[in-house]
Each structure stands twice: as C-alpha cells, then as structure tokens.
Design a protein around this ligand. Structure first.
Ligand code: ACO
Length: 401
C-alpha cells in the first residue's frame, strides 16, 4: 500500500493520470479541438474549409507561422522548399544498408535522425535563421526520403525530385515514375493526396506530437525530435492504425465478409482484438476528419473508376458498429484512419507506406508544435511518479542469494 503521508512529505502531492487523459501538458495557440462537438480548427480555420480550399503547403505555412500566407509569401515558401528537395547522396549510402523488407517507418525515422548529422548546428549561426533552414529542409526532404523505401521494395532505381511539380505531384512522380516510361500525375490523385495531407497536418497534443515536444524540451535538435515523433506515430494504436485497418478489412473479406463476426470479436475483451479505425481519445461524437475522408474515398474511387470490395466491407462494418450497443455506449466512431487507407490504396500507395503518408502529413504540425514549445521557452518535460516498488533493503552479496 502507498503511504500517502510519507509520499507527500517526500515529494508534495503528485497527480496520477495514466495516459494523461485529463492532464494539459501545455498551452497552445495552434489547433483547437472539441471532441464533444466534433470540431477541429487550425489557427482558427475549420478543417472542412481548409481541406476544401487550400493546399498542403499553404496549411503548413499557417500552422508553422500562425497566419495564412499572402500570394508572395506562399510563392517564396514553395520556392525555398523546392530548392531543398535533393537529399545528400551520402544519406543514400545509409539507406542502402537497410534490408529490402525493412518497414518504411523504421527507415524514415532513422534517416530523419541521420539528418542531424548532415546538418549540424554551429554556435556562430543565427539560431532563428538556422531553425528556418531546418524547417525547410524537413518539409522538402521528407517526401524524397519516403519514396526510397518503396522504390527499393520494387527493385527500382530511386527517382530524383522534379521541381517543376507541386509538392503532392512531385511526391507521386518520385513514387511511380520509371526511367523507361512516361508518367503523368493524375490531377485527381494529386488533389486527393493534398486533401489527405491537410486532414493529417495537426491534431494538438496527440502521442507523437507530445513526443516531439517532450524530446525537444531537452533542447534536442529538431531532427531528433521529429524522428522520435515518427517512431511514436508508427504504433498501431496511433498512426499505425491506418495499415491495421486495411489489413483487417482485407482479412474480413478473405474470411467471407462476415462483419458481425468481427464486431463480436472486438466486443469480447478476451479476444485481444480491437476494431481498428474505431474510437478516439478525444472525439466522443464523431471525428470530423473521418467525415471528410469518407466522402473523399467515395469521390476518388468514383473518379478513378475503381471498385474496391473493402470499401463495401468498411461501410457494412461502420453501419453495424453504429447500431451496436457496445460501440454506441462507449462512443466509438470511425476515426481518421478508418477510410484513409482505402484512398491510399486507390492512389496506388502500398499498405506498409500508409503510416509514412501520415507522417508526411503530420510533419508541419510537429514542426509548429516544436517551434511553439521552444519560442515559449517551455521547461524540460519531466513527469513524476508514485513509487510502488520494494522498501529500502540491505544489499545481499551474490554468494548469499
Ligand atoms: N474496438 C473495441 N473496443 C474498443 C475500441 C475498439 N477499437 N476502442 C476502445 N474500445 C473500448 C475499450 O475496450 C474500453 O472498453 P471498457 O470501457 O469496457 O474497458 C473503452 O472502449 C474505452 O477505450 P480505451 O482504450 O480506454 O480508450 P482510449 O482513449 O485509451 O483509447 C484508442 C483510444 C487508442 C484510439 C482506442 O479507441 C483504440 O485502440 N482504437 C483502435 C486503434 C485506432 O484506431 N487508433 C487510431 C486512433 S486515431 C489516430 O491516432 C490518428
């Protein structure tokens, strides 16, 4: 049993809040989220409007610098990014050492961490200018690095960036063009990717973002901080859920399409199975991003003339869950990851790259949050604990144990 009086004498009062369900770690002016009402705003602008009317780099600028850019500011920002899309050829040597079946998230996190070795900070540089350069490098190089894993998995040469293309088209071109054939980026595909990236761009103090802020709070460099965020995102309870969703839908399809069987399994706590893409720590009504993505999935599949049987399974599963007392009483609704995989699949992105796509989208959010944390001079993050281990005891020499 915990001796509360003694503990208080030693440490003062400590709040235990496992999973930080009710603990605010910071004040932030970046993203507003109302889980009860299903509201998500970046810097005051609704996610619905941004997804409809803006570009991913415009939203990145908004998140990082606080205001929507003017035409000139956006053009300068885009130009700066374009001039940094090439990645140091020595980074390729590191990349070549990874096995062909390495998970692209492990590769991405390692290579972003490696960027700190290629772009070290010198004491004689202006810190603000250096930070700005790091931000541009990250935004510019992440898509380039991300495509390498896919190319290697196909046994194809990597593609260099093409700076006459916009951000999304450039990524798609690096992914899918081959030296032996012409590849034209389909504007429908590029527009869908733009929307998906915007929807993922920030989500206040989620697991990966909190990780970025916590690591950065020790004044670790931005590359190490973002690399830690990528690792946190990889987990199946966070960004890794988008890969799990499509694998689950595919398994249900191959198992004969009996969605009820899987609903029952998810309700059975002894099964160890959860319905991936359902539930959210904060949204207890609906996830506004899921609503936009669901419609986008319909549109994209229609426009591309794709008939994906897993979309039907997803719709059946959603309907059955929303009518089921277990899911209704726990307020478990489809989250952003439930339909995003279906779109990624339609765009030709392989399943093990889904979480990488999430990372590309979340990058401006991580950067904005890292920058805010440093600008506000937040103290090093250092939670406390309640000790539950052995009381003080005497050391026993090894031959007496
Ligand atoms: N399937 C079945 N039951 C679920 C699910 C699910 N997907 N999600 C939650 N529950 C149940 C829990 O078992 C628990 O039931 P109980 O009250 O009877 O014990 C209750 O709902 C509350 O769930 P918690 O795990 O306590 O909720 P928490 O806020 O800690 O977790 C999380 C949220 C991690 C998202 C959870 O809902 C989950 O594991 N979902 C599946 C994974 C997923 O889709 N993750 C992506 C999240 S979105 C994102 O990161 C972009």
């Amino acid at each position: 049993a915990i001796d509360i009086a003694k503990l208080r004498d030693q440490t003062g009062y400590i709040t235990i809040d496992a999973g930080y369900k009710n603990t605010g770690a910071t004040k932030s002016a970046i993203t507003f989220l109302d889980g009860e009402e299903g509201v998500l705003n970046y810097r005051g602008y609704s996610i619905e409007e941004l997804a409809e009317k803006s570009s991913f780099l415009e939203v990145s600028y908004l998140l990082i610098y606080g205001e929507l850019p003017t035409t000139q500011q956006l053009a300068d920002f885009e130009y700066e990014i374009k001039t940094h899309t090439l990645v140091n050829e020595d980074m390729r040597k590191i990349f070549e050492g990874f096995p062909v079946n390495a998970h692209p998230m492990g590769v991405l996190s390692s290579l972003v961490s490696a960027m700190s070795a290629f772009y070290p900070e010198n004491a004689d540089q202006d810190p603000e200018e250096v930070t700005q350069l790091h931000i541009i490098r990250l935004l510019a190089k992440l898509p380039t690095i991300a495509t390498w894993s896919y190319k290697k998995s196909q046994g194809h040469p990597v593609n260099y960036p093409k700076n006459d293309l916009d951000y999304c088209s450039n990524f798609l071109n690096m992914m899918f063009s081959l030296p032996v054939a012409n590849y034209e980026v389909d504007p429908v595909v590029s527009a869908a990717l733009n929307k998906l990236l915007i929807l993922h761009a920030d989500h206040e103090q989620n697991c990966s973002t909190s990780t970025v802020r916590l690591v950065g709070s020790s004044h670790a460099n931005i590359y190490s901080s973002i690399s830690s965020g990528i690792s946190a995102l990889w987990g199946p309870l966070h960004g890794g859920a988008n890969q799990e969703v499509i694998e689950m839908l595919e398994a249900i399809r191959q198992d004969g399409g009996d969605t009820q069987k899987y609903i029952d399994m998810a309700k059975d706590k002894t099964s160890g199975f959860r319905l991936f893409g359902f539930g959210h720590r904060v949204y207890k009504n609906f996830d506004p991003r899921a609503r936009i993505i669901k419609k986008a999935a319909d549109d994209v599949l229609n426009k591309l003339g794709i008939n994906d049987p897993v979309l039907e399974i997803a719709q059946q599963l959603e309907k059955a869950a929303l009518e089921d007392e277990y899911f209704v009483s726990r307020k478990l609704y489809p989250n952003v990851d439930f339909y995003s995989g279906i779109i990624y699949r339609a765009l030709g992105i392989p399943t093990n790259m889904f979480t990488v796509m999430f990372a590309i989208g979340r990058l401006p959010g991580w950067i904005a949050q890292w920058k805010e944390m440093r600008t506000n001079k937040e103290p090093i993050g250092r939670p406390r604990q309640v000790y539950t281990g052995a009381p003080k005891r005497a050391f026993i020499p090894i031959n007496e144990r």
